[in-house]
Design a protein around this ligand. Structure first.
Ligand SMILES: Nc1nc2c(ncn2[C@@H]2O[C@H](COP(=O)(O)OP(=O)(O)OP(=O)(O)O)[C@@H](O)[C@H]2O)c(=O)[nH]1
Ligand SMILES: [Mg+2]
Length: 467
């Protein structure tokens, strides 16, 4: 394991790797201003006030060679991102300049930052707590408005405040339990136990809700999985291509063109969706194709929304609907998509829709489209959003998006369930108190007051360098 010295002054390019109009190097630590000043020609940075920007040039002090003109922004401790002195150097974004700038800073005594070390220092100096620091990573990775909103809310400390409330309720529970222990000689047990149980259930409900929200939180972060299934040649791959706006999958009139799962993401409204094109469902003697069809069923089993595509000219087989429904999760929604409407007349289409409605009353929606000319695609997109419950993902709903948090919540949920069980079975107060302490302990794991270096290393190593 790498040992990290928090007294070092660290530096890194904080903008993405590669060539850009501008690149920003971040320097943080006790010597940030002194070291940067050594490679700086312009107003002395050592005399600059906090939160001020200065035009100057980056110059090699050994030979006087100018590397680039740039802007140095000085931030003085403690009111900075890391809580230390920070200088941000904005230079032109060529690879050469970026490399030279970092080399100069290293020669003058900086150390190259480890991944996530700037955010780690923000945490160590008390500028943010652990969940807020983790939210910085999510914010940087967010690729849809909803993911961005969740990360921002977590970064602002909303999740931490919710945990704080839970912790207070648990402490209240503990003190009531203590009261019961104190007065165990007298006959107050019944009344206090009712109140205790009410409190424990309220805490348990909230912990379980947060834990369950991980599935949605995760889906929002990675893209909500939407499987596209159906018979061969009905236009599944054509639909994938039109939804993701790219020629992602091969389209041909040969039945059984798609053999494997093909995935791509697209943003619809505020949400990111992960569309999964699958091998067409049919009886086959081909072992490879059969393996592909197995995967189609598995994909339908993992999806939150399943689109069963059919050809408007051919009636949808009831057996296929049943097969699809059987492979789906209980909480997933089914959309029947009737494709190739450009090939049939209006009356036939009405008949096809009526027929599908009758055969599959559990379908959330039935949408007629033409993947060839784009008819009905906007209606389908709205149906997908609706089926994914986009309207239910409100601003105020707190979602867990981090596996570490979800695991800690699951452990807390098990402990609090034991508390409730103990209250139900009139277990002695001191045994219940033990489970109560455990619940508190698991919640504290999420935003620990004291954290072990191992845990910190595993959290911050997921960041990229310069963050
Ligand atoms: N007229 C018409 N043809 C379409 C439409 N959508 C797809 N097709 C054609 O139907 C054929 C099959 O399309 P694919 O998208 O490859 O169908 P698939 O369901 O992925 O087929 P498999 O991968 O074999 O299961 C191709 O020739 C497409 O051009 C449509 O809306 N109208
Ligand atoms: Mg296909």
């Amino acid at each position: 394991m790498i040992t990290i010295d928090n007294n070092d002054t660290i530096c890194a390019i904080s903008t993405p790797a590669g060539v850009g109009g501008i690149a920003v190097a971040r320097v943080s630590g006790p010597l940030a201003i002194t070291i940067t000043d050594r490679i700086w020609k312009g107003k002395p940075l050592t005399e600059a006030a906090s939160h001020t920007a200065h035009l100057g040039s980056v110059t090699d002090p050994d030979n006087g060679e100018t590397i680039d003109q740039g802007v140095a922004t000085v931030f003085r401790a403690p009111g900075t991102f890391t809580g230390e002195d920070v200088v941000e150097l904005s230079v032109h974004g060529s690879k050469f300049i970026q490399r030279e700038l970092i080399a100069l800073l290293l020669r003058q005594g900086c150390r190259l930052a480890e991944p996530g070390e700037f955010t780690r220092r923000a945490y160590t100096s008390g500028r943010m707590d652990l969940t807020e620091a983790e939210a910085v990573a999510d914010l940087i990775a967010a690729s849809s408005r909803a993911a961005h909103r969740i990360a921002l809310s977590q970064m602002k400390g909303n999740f931490t405040r919710r945990l704080e409330t839970l912790r207070e309720q648990l402490l209240e529970l503990a003190s009531l339990l203590e009261l019961e222990l104190d007065f165990s000689e007298e006959d107050v047990e019944f009344a206090s136990r009712t109140r205790l149980k009410e409190l424990a259930i309220a805490v348990s409900d909230e912990i379980c809700r947060l834990e369950r929200s991980f599935a949605t939180g995760q889906a929002i972060k990675e893209g909500i999985p939407v499987a596209i299934v159906g018979e061969t040649n009905v236009g599944k791959s054509s639909l994938l291509n039109i939804l993701v706006g790219d020629d992602r999958a091969i389209v041909s009139d040969v039945h059984g063109t798609t053999r494997d799962l093909i995935e791509d993401t697209a943003e619809i409204g505020d949400l990111l969706f992960r569309f999964i094109d699958t091998a067409g469902l049919r009886e086959t003697a081909d072992t490879v194709e059969a393996m592909g069809i197995e995967r189609s069923h598995a994909a339908a089993g993992r999806a939150r929304v399943v689109m069963l595509v059919s050809d408007a000219a051919r009636p949808l087989q009831t057996a296929l609907i049943d097969e699809t429904l059987a492979s789906m999760r209980d909480d997933a929604s089914l959309i029947l998509v009737i494709n190739k409407t450009d090939l049939i007349n209006h009356d036939t289409l009405s008949q096809t829709i009526a027929d599908a409605t009758q055969r599959c009353p559990t379908a959330k929606e039935i949408i007629a489209i033409s993947a060839r000319n784009g008819d009905g695609i906007d209606t389908l997109k709205a149906a997908i959003q609706n089926a994914a419950g986009a309207d239910r993902i409100g601003d105020d709903q707190l979602l867990v998006t981090n596996a570490r948090h979800s695991q800690a919540l699951a452990r807390a949920a098990r402990s609090i369930a034991r508390v409730i069980n103990g209250l139900d079975t009139s277990l002695p107060g001191d045994l219940i108190a033990q489970d109560l302490r455990e619940t508190l302990h698991h919640l504290a794991d999420i935003t620990p007051a004291i954290t072990t270096p191992d845990l910190l290393a595993s959290i911050f190593s997921r960041f990229c360098i310069g963050k």
